[in-house]
Write a protein that binds this ligand. Structure first.
Ligand code: ATP
Length: 592
C-alpha cells in the first residue's frame, strides 16, 4: 500500500560529529566540501540566469515599444471621421502603406568637404613618453646574468660561448656561439635548465637566430616598465612610414619600432590567453589608424561580443555602425561587408582599375569621390563561432580571400586558439599572425605553427609572424590605458558625429533564428504555412493526411505545404514508411 504523501518518514537522527570514526569524519568533510562547491556553482548559474532573464525582459520591452510606436504611427495616419457621420474606409493599399515602416535612408559617407575643419588627434592626449629612456637594464646586471648563462652551459658540458647580450624592453637576448661540432639542438633542449639557472619563469631559445651564426637565448627581465604608445608614434620610423595602412605593433629586442602594413598583410589574426595583452594590442592598432586617417579615408566596423572591450570607442566618427555586441548582428554586419566588397568590385570595374589604390589615384586625377579603406576588428571570434560557425566562417573566409583589392581588411582576435575557432579555412586565409602568451605548446602551434608562445611573459609580450616571412619576431607592445583612449575619442567626437551606414538585413541573421524564421515564413507562398508549422511542432506529427484533417484543407494543398516545409528544412524527407523527422520545437515558434 503506498504511503500517503503527507506522512513522510522521520529524518534519520544525526550522530554527533565527535562520535564518528575518523574515516567517517573525513567522508563527511569531503561531502560538505562537495556540497559547498555545488552550492557555489548553483548560485553562479542562478545569477547568470537572472542576468539572461533581465536581458530578455529588456529586449521584450524594446520590441513592445517599437510595436507601440508603429501602432501610433498607423493611428496618426488613420483617416479622421467624416463630420457627415460617414467613416471613410481606407483601401487595402493605403493600410499596407501606413503599416509598412518608412525605408530608412542611410547617410552618405563623409566627403573631404564635410571635414575641412577636422583636426587629427594630438599626441599630447597620450601618456608622456618620458619614462621610455631606451636603457632597460644596467650594464653591470647584464654582465652578471651573462656569466650565469655561461656557467649554466658549462655545467651541462656544452661547448658554447655567450658572446653578447642585447637588452630589449622586456627581454635580454644573449647571443651564444656554439663550439665546433656542437649541435644547436643541444642548447635548445636546455631551455628549462637555463630558466632555472637564471631564475626566470621561462626562456625562449632561437636555435639558430635566422641568418646569423648564433643561438639566441631570450631571458625576461625581472622588472619592466610599460612602453608608451606616444613614444612609438613620435618615433621617426612611424612618422616616415610609407606604408598604406601602417599599424604600430611594438618594439623588438634591439629597440626597433616594428609596424605592420595592413594593406599588405592583408588580414591579421591575434590570439593569446586571457590577460595576455590582446585588447591593448588592438587599441594600439585602432589608435594607429585614427592617428593617421580621417573618417573619410578610413572606416571602422568593430565587433565585440564581450560587450565591454570596445564600448570606449562608441563615439568614434570612423565607425560606420555602432559597436556590434550581439553575435546575430555580427553575422549580419559580416554579410553587409561581403556585399560592400562585391559592390566595390563593380565600382572598380566601371573605372577599369584593379584595386583601391588605382581607383583613388584615378579619383584624384579625374575629380570623382575616393573610396575609404574599411577595417573590421573582431575581439573574441570564439563567441561568434559558437553562434553561427558556418555562416561566420563563410563570410570571414570570403572577405579574407577577396577583399584586399577593394580596401577591406580584417583583424580577428581570440583567446581560444582551438581548431573549432581558428579553423583550417580561417588559418589558411590569415597569413599574418600575432601570438600573445598561451597556456600550452598545442595552442602555440595552432597560432604560429610552432612552439614559443607558451614561454612568453604576458602583458604585451608577443611573437609576430609577418606575412610571407617564415620567421618570428619577438616584440613588446606599447601600453595605452582607457584614459588615453577616452581623451583621443573625445577630441574626435567633439568635432564630428559618426555616420552609420551599415544596413543590417533580417535575412542575413544566422539561419534558424526567430527573426529569420519569421522573415522566411513572411515570404512564404502559402498563407497557411505558419499554421501548418504550428500543428507539426506542437503535435509532433508531419504527414499530409494529418495536416488535411487538422487544417481542414484538401489533399493537394496539404501535400504542397509538407513539401514546402521539407524544402525549408523544418521537417525531414519521407524515408519508407517511417514518420518524417521534425526539426522545429514549439518554443521555436516565435514569429517576427
Ligand atoms: N603592452 C602592455 N604593456 C604593459 N602591460 C600590459 C600590456 N598589455 C596588457 N597589459 C596588462 O595586462 C592587462 C590585460 O591586458 P588585456 O586586457 O589586453 O588582455 P586580453 O588579452 O585582452 O585579455 P582578455 O582576453 O581577457 O580580454 C592590462 O590591463 C594591463 O595591465
Amino acid at each position: 500500500m503506498p504511503t500517503p504523501a503527507t506522512s513522510l518518514p522521520d529524518p534519520i537522527p544525526e550522530t554527533p560529529r565527535e562520535e564518528l570514526e575518523p574515516a567517517q569524519n573525513q567522508h563527511l568533510s569531503d561531502d560538505e566540501r562537495q556540497l559547498a562547491a555545488w552550492r557555489e556553482g548553483l548560485e553562479q548559474r542562478l545569477e547568470e540566469r537572472a542576468q539572461i532573464r533581465a536581458r530578455h525582459r529588456d529586449q521584450l520591452e524594446d520590441a513592445y515599444e517599437h510595436l507601440q510606436s508603429l501602432r501610433d504611427g498607423v493611428n496618426d495616419r488613420a483617416v479622421p471621421d467624416d463630420p457627415s457621420g460617414f467613416v471613410t474606409v481606407p483601401d487595402a493599399a493605403e493600410v499596407a502603406a501606413a503599416a509598412a515602416p518608412e525605408p530608412v535612408r542611410l547617410p552618405d559617407p563623409f566627403t573631404p568637404e564635410d571635414l575641412v575643419n577636422y583636426q587629427m588627434p594630438s599626441l599630447e592626449l597620450l601618456r608622456s613618453a618620458e619614462g621610455d629612456v631606451g636603457v632597460y637594464r644596467q650594464p653591470e646586471d647584464v654582465a652578471v646574468d651573462k656569466a650565469k648563462l655561461q656557467d649554466a652551459l658549462d655545467s651541462f658540458a656544452v661547448d658554447a660561448l655567450v658572446q653578447d647580450a642585447i637588452v630589449g624592453p622586456r627581454v635580454t637576448q644573449y647571443l651564444v656561439r656554439p663550439g665546433f661540432g656542437v649541435r644547436v639542438e643541444a642548447i635548445a633542449s636546455l631551455d628549462k635548465n637555463i630558466a632555472l639557472a637564471m631564475s626566470a619563469n621561462a626562456v625562449r631559445i632561437q636555435a639558430p637566430i635566422p641568418g646569423e651564426q648564433f643561438v639566441g637565448v631570450e631571458v625576461p627581465h625581472q622588472h619592466s616598465a610599460p612602453l608608451a604608445l606616444r613614444s612609438s608614434l613620435e618615433n621617426a620610423a612611424w612618422r616616415g612610414s610609407t606604408a598604406d595602412l601602417p599599424l604600430m605593433l611594438g618594439v623588438d629586442v634591439t629597440g626597433r619600432h616594428v609596424m605592420l602594413d595592413l594593406a599588405k598583410a592583408p588580414h591579421a589574426l591575434i590570439a593569446g590567453a586571457t590577460g595576455a595583452g590582446k585588447s591593448v594590442c588592438i587599441s594600439n592598432l585602432i589608435l594607429s589608424l585614427i592617428y593617421r586617417f580621417r573618417p573619410d579615408e578610413l572606416e571602422l566596423v568593430l565587433i565585440d561580443p564581450k560587450i565591454v572591450e570596445f564600448a570606449i570607442y562608441r563615439d568614434l566618427p570612423h565607425l560606420i555602425h555602432p559597436v556590434v555586441t550581439d553575435p546575430k548582428q555580427a553575422c549580419q554586419a559580416l554579410k553587409w561587408l561581403v556585399r560592400e566588397m562585391e559592390r566595390r568590385y563593380q565600382v572598380l570595374a566601371e573605372k577599369s582599375v584593379r584595386n583601391l589604390a588605382g581607383y583613388n589615384a584615378k579619383a584624384t586625377a579625374e575629380g570623382f569621390a575616393k573610396l575609404p579603406y574599411i577595417v573590421l576588428v573582431i575581439d573574441e571570434l570564439a563567441d561568434l563561432m559558437m553562434t553561427a560557425p558556418q555562416e561566420i566562417e563563410g563570410s570571414i573566409a570570403r572577405l579574407a580571400q577577396m577583399s584586399r583589392a577593394v580596401g577591406i581588411h580584417t583583424v580577428l582576435a581570440t583567446q581560444r586558439p582551438s581548431v573549432n575557432v581558428i579553423t583550417g579555412v580561417i588559418k589558411a586565409n590569415y597569413p599574418t599572425r600575432i601570438a600573445f602568451q598561451v597556456s600550452s605548446q598545442v595552442d602555440s602551434r595552432t597560432i604560429i605553427d610552432g612552439k614559443g608562445a607558451e614561454s612568453l611573459q604576458g602583458r604585451g609580450d608577443m611573437l609576430f609572424s609577418p606575412p610571407g616571412i617564415g620567421r618570428l619576431q619577438r616584440l613588446q607592445a606599447p601600453y595605452v590605458d582607457d584614459a588615453e583612449i577616452e581623451a583621443v575619442v573625445g577630441s574626435l567626437k567633439a568635432q564630428v558625429q559618426p555616420r552609420y551606414r551599415v544596413e543590417l538585413r533580417a535575412e542575413d541573421a544566422p539561419g534558424g533564428s526567430e527573426d529569420a524564421m519569421g522573415a522566411t515564413l513572411e515570404a512564404g507562398a502559402d498563407p497557411m504555412l505558419k499554421d501548418a508549422l504550428e500543428v507539426i511542432a506542437t503535435q509532433g506529427r508531419a504527414s499530409t493526411s494529418y495536416l488535411q484533417r487538422r487544417l481542414k484543407i484538401g489533399y493537394n494543398r496539404a501535400a504542397s505545404l509538407i513539401e514546402e516545409l521539407e524544402e525549408r528544412h523544418y521537417i525531414g524527407p519521407q524515408v519508407g514508411n517511417n514518420p518524417r523527422e521534425i526539426f522545429v520545437q514549439p518554443e521555436d515558434l516565435q514569429f517576427a
